[in-house]
Design a protein around this ligand. Structure first.
Ligand code: NAD
Length: 500
């Protein structure tokens, strides 16, 4: 297969600058399919320059016209979704159905951004003083940047730039270097929809490109999604350069299974939530907390049986439930965690390490793994594995389950399976986690609510997409106005103005 070069997109043109390159793989075959130029600081500067130049005209384009461009873009995404999903699957490895799900969630974020004329309406107060009116406006910031992870190459960029540009900003996107083609293709569709050149730019790259964006004083705000150590670094470095930053990090999501849960439905939900996208989701359920020994025994037996029915193979094969991991390095890292769990004394009930996928011996495959008797403090419980590994912890009470979750450093998502409304309400009140499901395994908020975890899963104040995105990508200005009028006082006032 010929190796293709993926480009940057700067000022509406594709550019292949960069002395360094990195390889993009087909995870199902292990073959290098593309070369990616890695932007150096001069390429990043050129992208920021293009965004800066495009800002004054885009800022003064009527919000309704900006919304119409996004509405057209939404239609194009819908028309071209098969091509986009094929690109996601070819570079990420997830199944096509899963790519469709991710893209659909991204499209819903674009749809929400088309409501921007309504969302940007400020507040108005008449007669705050004699003949004086006050109102507030939400104004764009200028050039914003987005740095995104490999696991949602279409959806996470669509969490960010559509709302940023809808609000009148211009944007530089730095997608993951592992699966860069879908975000580039999508950015070109935005140009086709009528987004003026320079309003959205894409730079391909790694840490060097990120550092250049963080240091550039023209970049006003940075949205980041990725692993917690990177999130913390981006947050502190961006803030030190005076930028507004939101940095979403990693996760370890627990599902509490109560004795009264609908067990067959819970088992199906857990297997889908743990092994969908090969466990490479920040909302994946990676720990099931069984309350009571009988619950645990039924749960483990049921999970084992359901996992035995899973079909693992290339994401492009529509009969498969789970594809490969994204890279060889990541596959080896996840295998290392399975070895570690065994060494730590957890019981490996289902061992996926021996999986062989016919015709794909070089692919980055690992079968689903299930650990039982996992204890708080074990490395496989403390750290994010980000692969097809589900841990079962056994506790005696709901209070014990809540204590184990609340003492964990991550706080992205969690859920409870129960028929007891009182227990569910107590759980959602007491749990220190940002997104909570009640009999819903993946409580990823819809586009008109915002997404974000607590503790080490998010650095910054505002969550991603939804109403918080409007707040993040705008600055509030409050204007107080009086026009010359008859009867106004002719005395000079030295006291502080008040309503007395
Ligand atoms: P990552 O942190 O390795 O990379 C994310 C981005 O940061 C990429 O664009 C990458 O090029 C860049 N980057 C990597 N190392 C860097 C460094 N040292 N300095 C500056 N930039 C750097 O994350 P990933 O492996 O691509 O994605 C998986 C992680 O993302 C998981 O931890 C997952 O939980 C997390 N994630 C979180 C959410 C959320 O909403 N909280 C959503 C999706 C993924």
């Amino acid at each position: 297969m010929p190796v293709i070069t993926v480009d940057h997109l700067i000022g509406g043109r594709r550019i292949a600058a960069g002395a360094r390159t990195s390889s993009v793989y087909d995870p199902a075959s292990g073959v290098v399919t593309k070369q990616l130029p890695l932007a150096d600081s001069s390429t990043v500067r050129a992208a920021v320059e293009a965004a800066q130049e495009a800002f004054p005209a885009w800022r003064s384009t009527q919000p309704l016209k900006r919304a119409r461009v996004l509405a057209c873009f939404q239609r194009l995404l819908d028309e071209r979704k098969d091509e986009i999903c094929a690109l996601i699957t070819a570079e990420h490895g997830k199944t096509v159905a899963d790519s469709m799900g991710e893209l659909q969630r991204g499209i819903e974020n674009v749809e929400y951004a088309t409501y921007v004329p309504e969302l940007l309406k400020g507040e108005h107060s008449r007669n705050v003083g004699p003949g004086i009116d006050t109102w507030s406006e939400l104004q764009p910031l200028g050039v914003c940047a987005g740095i995104t992870p490999f696991n949602f190459p279409a959806m996470v960029p669509l969490w960010m730039w559509p709302m940023a540009v809808a609000c009148g900003n211009t944007f530089v996107l730095k997608p993951s270097e592992r699966d860069p083609s879908a975000p580039l293709f999508i950015a070109e569709l935005a140009l086709e929809a009528g987004l003026p050149p320079g309003v959205l730019n894409v730079v391909q790259g790694d840490k060097q490109a990120v550092d250049a964006l963080l240091a550039d004083e023209r970049v006003q705000a940075v949205s980041f999604v990725g692993a917690t150590p990177t999130a913390q670094y981006v947050y502190s470095t961006g803030a030190a350069h005076g930028k507004r930053v939101q940095a979403l990090g990693g996760a370890k999501n627990h599902a509490v299974v109560m004795p009264d849960a609908d067990m067959p439905a819970t088992i199906r939900a857990l297997v889908g939530a743990a092994f969908g996208t090969c466990g490479e989701r920040c909302m994946a359920i990676s720990v099931a907390v069984a309350v009571g020994e009988q619950t645990a025994a039924a749960l483990v037996e049921g999970l084992k049986a359901e996992m035995g029915r899973m079909k693992i193979g290339p994401g492009a094969d529509t009969s498969c439930d789970m594809g490969p991991l994204v890279t060889r390095t990541h596959e080896q890292k996840v295998r290392g965690y399975v070895d570690k769990g065994v060494a730590e004394g957890a019981e490996l009930v289902v061992d996926g390490r021996g999986l062989a996928v016919a015709g794909h011996s070089e692919g980055f495959f690992l079968g689903p793994c299930l650990f039982d008797h996992v204890k708080p403090g074990m490395v496989i419980h403390q750290e994010e594995i980000f692969g097809p590994v589900l841990c079962v912890m056994r506790v005696r009470t709901l209070a014990e389950a809540i204590a184990a979750i609340n003492s964990h450093p991550y706080g992205n998502g969690t859920c409870i399976f129960t028929r007891d409304g009182e227990a569910a309400r107590y759980f959602s009140d007491e749990i220190q986690v940002g997104m909570v499901g009640i009999n819903v395994p993946l409580p990823v908020p819809v586009a008109y609510h915002s997404f974000g975890g607590w503790k080490r899963s998010l650095f910054g104040d505002l969550h991603a997409y939804g109403p918080d995105a409007v707040r993040f990508y705008t600055r509030r200005k409050v204007i107080t106005q009086r026009w010359p009028s008859t009867g106004a006082s002719e005395r000079t006032a030295f006291s502080f103005p008040s309503s007395q």
